[in-house]
Structure formats: structure tokens, C-alpha cells
Write a protein that binds this ligand. Structure first.
Ligand code: PLP
Length: 494
């Protein structure tokens, strides 16, 4: 393809993307294709002779779009919020046109410098302490691919710090702490690094939040057994229910255990720190005081296209001490002089994408005010859903709504159903009922929700956050969930 062919194909691509967005809400959310559909439609190997680009572009429309789950559909309520934007798409286009794997400052100064500035903008937007800013010269932030990468990097850095402080302690005694609600990133980090993982119990009564006392007891017990917990992967906004670990209490415990690194994974919920009214409940002060590292994904609820996981550390040397490997071919005058950041020493790979460009476009185009408006609007939409569920005689909220997430289930009140007379249903019956209920919901193509299990109770998650979701979609979703609830109960009664 030459430059003029690119111009033509590029205009067409943008036109088609606009059409996609104009018609998005008329499409089903979920694809109807069957496993293997694409392999059956594609040649078994790359073509020997190059093909006409128009055919390739048409095949995207014909073969790929039908197999997409439309995460930006206003009736997508599964997993976690993913409000991506045109600003982000354009930035990705520019970034990919420049094709800079900016691992060293010298590779492409703009890539490193924009990332350093954007991480400071983002830190300020979220209210992080000046200690985390790149301008501090001590702490700093970088953009990673995912929260799982960010957690893995935190564990690598924490292990390295711990081993430098305690060179004779065997690695086999090291333990990563998580909770029973931590995302699978904790187990994955343990698996990759060959380290034990201990999931601390959290309770329904504590809203699945890790309390200081639980942490202290675990630390005391492990100390007696000669084990060495060296990092806690705490969560602000768990995947299942949006639980918030009590970072204030956790921080107070770590005063007695200064070797315990506290990583705060706020993958989806962290961007709500941009709104001052949520800072207290999300433990911002304690994060600023105690966290060694903090991560949130702008590519989840932060209007930025995948991937844009932001990771801050209180001391950048924790990262570079663990990850700096500099063969002669990677040396540069500026790097040697220590006057620049070489981001390759702040993450796992060498090459890195020019991710900061999309954060720059998004934060400038929305402004801090527009960004906060979007977060608040999403929370209001979730509150609307929660209020509809609360007033329902068939559905019940299982936890208080957490920002953009509600967890609920089919829970017919004794007088609203002849299912079991006036008696409450047993936990097993309720679980069976909700499995059937979720099976019905997930068989639909016009809405998508995910399920979870909280303390043995089968529940359904409702996560708001596609940028185009509005009141009408919430009400429609509620209506549809009620219809499926009624059908589930009717079927059950038979
Ligand atoms: N942490 C939490 C709390 C999450 O909700 C998720 C995704 O659902 C993740 C981590 C994983 O994020 P990533 O895909 O960026 O690794």
C-alpha cells in the first residue's frame, strides 16, 4: 500500500467506524457465531500473492464484526466498565503510525517525556501524593499493559527489595498475601515467580473488605511458622463485588511490619478517585501514606482505549534495582548520565507502546471536569439500577452498590411467589434458582452480564460503564431482568 492508497483506505476505515458506532445500539451485544467459525472461513495459510486491500477491509466487515462482542454497546453490563473514546482511537492511530518502541529516552524522547508528564497529570487527577510524581525524582509512574502486569512488577520489585534486606532468607519461605476476593492476578504472579500465595479470609459482615486484624493475625501466625510474607496485594474495588480493603487499618498494621510491601490494585475503581467525594471511602489518604505501589487502569473506567494501566511507585529505585539489565547496546549518554528516565527498567519487556498519547488526547479533550462528569454519570446510572432492584419484589441487592457495580440476584419474597408458600427458600434452592436465572439471561444476545459467587451465594453482577449507556438502557435492562426473573420462576413452579 502506498501513501495515497493509505489515505483512501484510511478515510474509508474512519467512515466505517463511524457507521459502526451509529448502528451499535441496534446490534445484538453478543455474537451468535459458534466456536471455530473463523477458522472455517479463512484459508489455512497466508496467501502467496498479496491481496487487494479493499478485499481485506471488506473481510473485516464480513468476517470479524459478526464475531465481536460489542463491549461499547450501551447494554453491555458484564465484567467491568470500558468506556473507550474516539480521542483514544485517534491517538492509537498516530502512535502506531510513528511505531516507536520507546524503551529508552534516546529511542524517542517524546514517548518517554509524554509518559512522565501524563503519569503526573493522572496522579494529580486522582489526588495521589506528590511523592508518587515523576517530578519528585524519587517516586514515579509508568504505563503498563494491564493491572496483572502491574501487580507482577510490584511483586518482582517487592521480592527484590526484601531479598536485598534479608539476603539469607530462602525464597521458599516468601509468601504473597492476597484475599479470597483478590483478582486472579495474585495467583498468577505466584505461579510465574514460583512463590506461595496465601488468600486471607474476608467476610460478608465486613463487606468482603480486608481488615487490619485479619492481616495482623496472619502475619503473627506466619512469623511463628517461619514464613515471610513480603507483599500484600490489596484491592480497592474487587472484581466480584467492588469491595474495598481497609487500607487505613492495613497501613496501621504495616507500621509493625515495615518489610511488608503494600500494593493497591484499584484496576477498575481507582479512577473514581478523580472525584473528591469518593476519596475517603476509597482510602486515598491511607493509599498516599502507606502504599508502596498503586495501580489503576485508565483502559477500564477511564475513557482510554486498551491498554493503559497506570502504575505508581513510591520509590522508582525499587523498580530499577529489580529490573535494570543494561547490555552495551542499550546504553545511551543520557541514560548513563542519569538525567532521563529509561522506562525499559520500569517494566518486564524491553519495547513498549506509546500509550501516553491516548491519555494525553483523552485528558485534554474531556478536561478533568469532563472526566469527573463521566465517572459521576456512570455512578448515577448504577444507583438508578440499584434503586430499581431495591424496590423490586423479585430481585435483591446482595451488597450495597459499589460505584459502577451492583451485585444482585433473583430472590422472590415469600409473599410474591407461590414457589415455597410463605417460607423463605433454602440457600441451595436459591442458588439453583439463580443458576437457571443466569442461564436464561446469558442465552440472550441483547444484553450481557456476568455472574459471581459471594460466600457461596450465586449472584449476578451489573457493571455500568460503556460510554454510551444512558438511563433508558438501565431501565430496559431492569425490565428485561424482571421478565427473565418471572419466566425463571414460572419454569421453576412447573
Ligand atoms: N484487578 C481487578 C480488581 C479487576 O477487576 C481486574 C479486571 O477485571 C483486574 C485486576 C485485571 O485487569 P487486567 O486485565 O488489566 O490485568
Amino acid at each position: 500500500m502506498d501513501i495515497e492508497q493509505f489515505r483512501k483506505a484510511g478515510y474509508q476505515a474512519i467512515d466505517r467506524i463511524c457507521d459502526y458506532y451509529y448502528t451499535l445500539q441496534d446490534k445484538p451485544v453478543v455474537s451468535s457465531v459458534k466456536p471455530g467459525y473463523l477458522r472455517d472461513s479463512l484459508p489455512v495459510e497466508a496467501p502467496e500473492a498479496g491481496e487487494d486491500f479493499q478485499e481485506i477491509a471488506d473481510d473485516y466487515q464480513k468476517l470479524i464484526i459478526p464475531g465481536l462482542t460489542h463491549w461499547q454497546h450501551p447494554s453491555f453490563f458484564a465484567f467491568f466498565p470500558t468506556g473507550c473514546t474516539f480521542e483514544g482511537m485517534l491517538a492509537d492511530l498516530y502512535a502506531s503510525s510513528a511505531m516507536n518502541p520507546g524503551f529508552n529516552w534516546a529511542c524517542s524522547p517524546a514517548c518517554t517525556e509524554l509518559e512522565a508528564v501524563m503519569m503526573d497529570w493522572a496522579a494529580k487527577l486522582l489526588g495521589l501524593s506528590p511523592e508518587f510524581l515523576n517530578t519528585s525524582g524519587v517516586g514515579g509512574g509508568s504505563m503498563q499493559s494491564t493491572a496483572s502486569d502491574s501487580a507482577l512488577i510490584a511483586v518482582v520489585a517487592a521480592r527484590s527489595l526484601y531479598q536485598r534486606r534479608h539476603p539469607t532468607i530462602p525464597q521458599a519461605s516468601l509468601v504473597i498475601y492476597t484475599t479470597t476476593q483478590t483478582h486472579s492476578l495474585g495467583l498468577k504472579a505466584g505461579l510465574i515467580l514460583g512463590l506461595s500465595v496465601r488468600a486471607l479470609e474476608v467476610t460478608w459482615e465486613d463487606k468482603f473488605s480486608l481488615r487490619g486484624e485479619t492481616l495482623r493475625k496472619a502475619l503473627e501466625a506466619d512469623e511463628k511458622e517461619g514464613k515471610n510474607p513480603f507483599i500484600l496485594l490489596a484491592t480497592v474495588g474487587t472484581t466480584s463485588s467492588g469491595a474495598i480493603d481497609n487500607i487505613s487499618e492495613i497501613g496501621a498494621v504495616t507500621k509493625d511490619y515495615p518489610d511488608l510491601w503494600v500494593h493497591v490494585d484499584a484496576a477498575w475503581a481507582g479512577v473514581a478517585l478523580s472525584c473528591p467525594e469518593h476519596r475517603e471511602s476509597l482510602h486515598l489518604n491511607a493509599i498516599n501514606e502507606y502504599a508502596h505501589s498503586f495501580c489503576t487502569n485508565f483502559h477500564k473506567w477511564g475513557l482510554t482505549n486498551f491498554d493503559a494501566s497506570t502504575l505508581w511507585v513510591r520509590d522508582r529505585k525499587y523498580l530499577t534495582d529489580a529490573l535494570d539489565v543494561t547490555p552495551p547496546f542499550l546504553r545511551s549518554a543520557e541514560g548513563d548520565a542519569g538525567t532521563v528516565i529509561d522506562y525499559r527498567n520500569w517494566h518486564l519487556a524491553l519495547g513498549r507502546r506509546f500509550r501516553s498519547l491516548k491519555l494525553w488526547f483523552v485528558l485534554r479533550s474531556f478536561g478533568a471536569e469532563g472526566f469527573r462528569d463521566y465517572i459521576r454519570r456512570t455512578i448515577n446510572l448504577n444507583n438508578l439500577f440499584a434503586s430499581l432492584v431495591s424496590a423490586s419484589s423479585m430481585l435483591s441487592l446482595m451488597t450495597a452498590p459499589s460505584l459502577a457495580l451492583s451485585v444482585f440476584r433473583l430472590d422472590p419474597k415469600p409473599d410474591s411467589t407461590s414457589l415455597n408458600g410463605s417460607k423463605a427458600l433454602s440457600p441451595e434452592t436459591l442458588n439453583d434458582l439463580n443458576r437457571s436465572y443466569y442461564a436464561r439471561i446469558s442465552a440472550r444476545k441483547d444484553i450481557l452480564l456476568t455472574q459471581t459467587v459471594l460466600n457461596g451465594a450465586v449472584c449476578i453482577r451489573f457493571a455500568v460503564g460503556a460510554a454510551r449507556t444512558e438511563d433508558v438502557h438501565i431501565r430496559k435492562a431492569y425490565q428485561l431482568l424482571c421478565e427473565e426473573g418471572k419466566s425463571t420462576l414460572e419454569e421453576w413452579r412447573k
